[in-house]
Design a protein around this ligand. Structure first.
Ligand SMILES: Nc1ncnc2c1ncn2[C@@H]1O[C@H](COP(=O)(O)OP(=O)(O)OP(=O)(O)O)[C@@H](O)[C@H]1O
Length: 253
């Protein structure tokens, strides 16, 4: 059983004109193994900034608060130390890695995270099984990471990574964006397989739409407004947001 704890997190970003802007203004969130937490909120409320801050993106400066994984200070860790500690972050805009195939990338990542190369025979089987589950053509493994990937291919590739790297905690930023109805189901099934797998990960799922929550059942829903959690509840909160929108939170902010 692991816990990812975010306490009173404040984050600023450097703006192009040389100024700084505070985006996260005191985020509190605790995620335990096996829990799915959905974060919903209006555009620009800071949801992706939270994901980037947990990932250690250099553009975002933590000015206060803490992020700990089983008590260890995540903010003190380098980006690769965070991955080795068991954090996985699937970003809204993944970068292209020309010259590195999906197959090489996955094996290198797995080796770096586990501290030893995976046994070839089981690894090849695991990759094939995960790709089959996500209905990915085997030729996909020989393509360069994210190069000319369609929106749906990027999302499948992220979930493929999550299934194979077996993190303790996964932050999925808009995994549902750009997916057709069939792909949404396939990708959600991949997340559910990872949730049911031995690692029992905790998941932070950033989304605009409740449709993905029909497939991936959240234990908690957090409404993110103006850089902090404005309200939390169970899955029924997502349904009420669908009907009422964010007006009542924006009025308070
Ligand atoms: N690197 C950056 N430079 C300048 N401003 C930024 C940067 N990153 C985020 N911001 C600003 O911070 C605010 C929060 O952005 P963020 O992307 O975290 O919101 P979001 O809730 O994920 O939005 P969306 O739902 O539209 O994806 C926005 O006003 C955005 O313009």
């Amino acid at each position: 059983m692991s816990t990812l704890e975010i306490r009173d997190l404040h984050v600023t970003v450097d703006e192009a004109d040389g100024g700084t802007k505070e985006i996260l203004r005191g985020v509190d969130l605790t995620i335990a193994s096996g829990e799915v937490h959905a974060i919903m909120g209006p555009n620009g409320s800071g949801k992706s900034t939270l994901a980037y801050s947990i990932a250690g993106h250099p553009k975002y400066t933590v000015t206060g608060g803490s992020v700990t994984l089983d008590g260890a200070d995540v903010l003190e860790m380098s980006v690769d130390e965070r991955a080795r500690a068991g954090l996985f972050l699937a970003m809204q805009y993944p970068v292209e890695v020309p010259g590195v195939t999906v197959s090489n990338f996955l094996r290198t990542a797995k080796t770096a995270i586990d501290g030893e190369a995976p046994k070839l025979r089981t690894w090849v089987k695991d990759v094939k099984q995960a790709m089959d589950g996500l209905r990915m053509d085997p030729s996909f493994a020989e393509r360069n990471v994210n190069e000319h990937f369609s929106g749906g291919e990027k999302k499948r590739h992220e979930i493929l990574q999550m299934e194979l790297l077996k993190p303790k905690f996964a932050v999925l930023d808009e995994t549902d964006s750009g997916l057709d109805v069939d792909a949404l189901k396939i990708v959600s099934e991949g997340v559910n397989r990872a949730l049911a797998g031995g690692q029992n990960p905790g998941v932070l799922l950033i989304t605009h739409y409740t449709r993905i929550l029909r497939y991936i059942k959240p234990d908690f829903v957090h409404v993110f407004v103006d850089g902090r959690v404005a309200e939390q509840g169970g899955p029924e909160l997502a349904d009420s947001l669908e009907e009422t929108g964010y007006d009542r939170f924006l009025a308070k902010a």
